[in-house]
Design a protein around this ligand. Sequence first.
Ligand code: ZN
Ligand code: FE
Length: 256
Amino acid sequence: MTKLEIHQFEALSDNYGYLVHDPDTGATAAIDTPEVAAIEKALAEKGWKLTHIFNTHHHFDHAGGNAELKAKYNCEIIGPKGEKDLIPGIDRAVGQDDIVDLGNRQARIIEVPGHTRGHIAYSFAGDHVVFVGDTLFVLGCGRLFEGTPQQMWTSLNKLMELPDDTTVYCAHEYTQANARFALSVEPHNATLIARAKEIDEKRARGEWTVPTTIGLEKATNPFLRPASIDLRATVGMVDAADVDVFAETRHRKDNF
Ligand code: ZN
Ligand code: FE
């Protein structure tokens, strides 16, 4: 089988947009619709025709371009069943373990509530790729606008069950700020220290820090590391449950 093609591009001020293309059939999905002009420019550059929109959640920088793109391309819109009333133009609402076809490819839906109450991720297991929207970021995780710490912790654990070599495409370039916070709570993590330095160098050259991998995030992302002794010592919760350490870490990031 040919390789799934993924085209990443900048949109709005700090979003990333993605086109996912099955070369065998020509099927092409936009992962979220942050900005119509950026998506149309990307389609033109690749010479692809938009057939699907895969929404991760209802926020404007993720579903704001749905209506205009559907009117132009008559594409099928897939979105989270937990937010179906909030997704413009939705044709099919999906939940945990539903399978979504893109030409001959399949994505499995993973429900990852927390940032919003119905947030979903799209896992292309055959290609070791997952699109996580605003749930997991490079060295960060989404703010808890609609969900509880317990929900988000459960969601992050589902993503951690994916193979370490899974490539993770998230929706924002928040990495440099995330790295400063990560170092503040896990100051002795040598892998994190080295990674933060690399990130600063990349950003100084104007390069993207996205995508990442599940393995790299497990080693360096404080929101996946409540078991870390270093992190527990920093937040003063040596004997607490993982979910409580996660909640405190998220709380501290909100005020960082
Ligand atoms: Zn969002
Ligand atoms: Fe967003």
